[in-house]
Design a protein around this ligand. Sequence first.
Ligand SMILES: *[C@@H]1O[C@H](CO)[C@@H](O)[C@H](O)[C@H]1NC(C)=O
Ligand SMILES: *[C@@H]1O[C@H](CO)[C@@H](O)[C@H](O)[C@H]1NC(C)=O
Length: 275
Amino acid sequence: MKFISIITLCAITSAHEITQLKVPLYADPRRPAVLSCHFQMDDQKLHSVKWYRDMDEIFRYNPSQKPPIRLFNVTGIMVQGGECQIDSCMVKVMPPPVATRAAYTCEVSTEGPKFQIARQTKHMTVVAMPDLDPIISGAPKVLKPGEQIFLNCSSDYSLPPSDINWYIDNELQKPEAWQRTELSAVQPGGLRKSWRVLRLRVPATVSGALRIRCESILLVEPPVVRDTATIITVHSQTQLSKYVSNNRGIKLTANTILLIAVTWTLIEISTFMSL
Ligand SMILES: *[C@@H]1O[C@H](CO)[C@@H](O)[C@H](O)[C@H]1NC(C)=O
Ligand SMILES: *[C@@H]1O[C@H](CO)[C@@H](O)[C@H](O)[C@H]1NC(C)=O
């Protein structure tokens, strides 16, 4: 079952070839992945088609044997099925519930006496993308200067679990020693939520709006970033009452102006009518 034919890697080019190797770049650990190998034999006779995961053989098609297809379970993967047509073979594998990257190789060899080999490899990474943006909890609408609160940001389930970054007004907040990213229990497929707490201390001199943003990052290539933001207004009680009364004052003035305008228009109209 091991990859013993390494020496034949340097085999002379043969007339037959692999025309297409379909291996998904990412595999979701919750569903099987389908891999297919398409080949062209020209005038050669097919001896066998083999699939390898890294160095382990997981599939063998040998049309002259009974049964022609044999599947091999290897550590870290479950081979669920395989099927061949005249010019292709597909294999269905259930990815392991861990974030791994493995090489999948298809090997097509011709009948003797030459036993020529065509081979192609592609990599597949087991990843479950988050479906949702992260969620910030514990954020009030208004805070007073000098107040301190704790915010919690939790990501959606993913594999591998996401990293969490906090920003205040676009400035990255370095985690305090106790503020590590924590992980939830494992879901089917190895998915986990992650969450991290931010201690927000409002300086006594600050007032205005704070933009709090939380980012969940899945460290795959390229990274998958999702984020969510919330605005917290900072002002003291005295500022608040000033703000409210100012607002009312403006409204009153506007109403007065409107009243004057309407009265003036009515006077104008009646003057015009009586002409
Ligand atoms: C692989 O393992 C699964 C689960 O243990 C089993 O259902 C399946 O029949 C095995 N396949 C082979 C080819 O041994
Ligand atoms: C933060 O949110 C997560 C997920 O909703 C939860 O499991 C966790 O207990 C929360 N942590 C704190 C300190 O509130």
